[in-house]
Design a protein around this ligand. Structure first.
Ligand SMILES: [Zn+2]
Length: 157
């Protein structure tokens, strides 16, 4: 039914990021590629997931992530972008796919809380203002989702 169709929220997520996170943290490309790799390693260790390869993003217009590879072009090398891409990597681990919808935002918010000491209440206030939907996920919730997906993968077909 068309009433239940939800408009994909890619554009509002980017707008919300620009108007809030990138302003608050004066986000400049202030990390080296190796520092981006270090942050990726820290997140992977915390969530107990395999590390993706971090590449220099040559020829990429923007940072991108698949389950196994994060591309970090020079101008995008800052903490917020690394965490955005890591939210994709974690979501890939949970369901083999990733987008910018509620679950992705739940993971992203959790990473911002953990590594940028963002206030969840404040992030949520602005997400509401920019019509960004999100799922409320704690670190424990995400660990549970990751564990369930591992169990699922281990089940005989
Ligand atoms: Zn994204």
């Amino acid at each position: 039914m068309w009433e239940s169709y939800k408009y994909p929220q890619d554009q509002v997520v980017y707008l919300w990021e620009d108007k809030t996170l990138h302003c608050w943290f004066r986000n400049r490309p202030d990390l080296t590629l190796n520092q981006c790799r270090d942050l990726v390693e820290v997140v992977c260790a915390k969530f107990d997931i395999a590390s993706p390869i971090v590449k220099d993003g040559r020829g990429c217009k923007q940072a991108t992530a698949t389950r196994y590879c994060v591309q970090m072009p020079k101008y995008a090398r800052c903490g917020i972008v690394v965490l955005h891409e890591m939210a994709h990597v974690i979501q890939y681990d949970i369901r083999g796919d990733s987008d910018h919808e509620e679950e992705f935002m739940g993971i992203y918010i959790c990473l911002l809380e953990l590594y940028f000491r963002c206030s969840r209440a404040e992030l949520e206030r602005y997400m509401k203002q920019y019509n960004v939907r999100h799922q409320r996920l704690t670190f424990q919730d995400i660990m549970k989702l990751l564990k369930e997906s591992k169990l699922q993968a281990a089940l005989p077909v």
